[in-house]
Design a protein around this ligand. Sequence first.
Ligand SMILES: [Zn+2]
Ligand SMILES: [Zn+2]
Length: 304
Amino acid sequence: MKVLFWGVRGSIPVPGPLTQRYGGNTSCIQLETGVQPVIIFDSGTGIRRLGQLLAARGTPQEIHIFISHAHWDHIQGLPFFDPLYQSGNRITFYSRKRDEFCLRDIIHKVIEDPYFPLSHEDWKADVNFVELEDGAGAEIAPGLIMRSSRLNHPLIANAYRIDHQGRSVVYVTDTAPFDHMVLDRDFIPKAPDLSAPVAPEVAELLAVMRQNLVDLCTGADLVIYDTMFTEEEYNRNPHWGHSAASHAMSVCTQAGAGHLVIFHHAPERTDDQMDRMMEGIIEQYKDVDMTISPAIEGRTIEID
Ligand SMILES: [Zn+2]
Ligand SMILES: [Zn+2]
């Protein structure tokens, strides 16, 4: 199994000299299992380059794209995903089932005039949308198992796990920890008081969500986790729905994961600041039996 990082940034693309080493494109990760389909997590701006390479293969592709949620940084690259405009390709989108709207409608709405000169009617690929109930899983191809779990984020994001031939990767973005508040459909406009006691029913729901995520990560070779915040940034904006490294470590150690990848980097974090942040995290957890490394655009991680 091989994980390729095409976009590692959160919130908004930030190209330029200050972010060149870690990369400025937003969320997009490819998982190569050696068999069809091509597996992609999210379609931030990083998917454009991946799409060019897939389209250049010149053969019909089976592509499965797992969308965490529809915030801009996770879908913004889609209009530029070349395989959509090639006949013969079969592209399946997976997302969380929602009561109020579906991913197909969201994507159709933002890929049309006046936002973009083309629309979904220009797609030549056979495109399908699969909506997943809470905690749904499926064998998406022979021996290729997908599982999912909800995260703690405004609009609600889904985490995904893929297992193949005894190897496993989990994609966990975007999420707040499961300590203080449940983030659901609505955005909480003001940071709550973190020292206030959590209502028992809220604590209970958070505990269930956290346990489901720990189960999803159990024994995983690699967990890619939203660690956009420093501890101090989390304390300032806990209602934004992102984690710090300590929150990811807490889930990953309990789950016995082998390797944590620090992901969804804050747009304002420069390469030098990322270096310092990584040094701090690695030093803090040097006694924990787990590899910790950063997501870097263009990086490939092989899982043997
Ligand atoms: Zn995001
Ligand atoms: Zn988000």
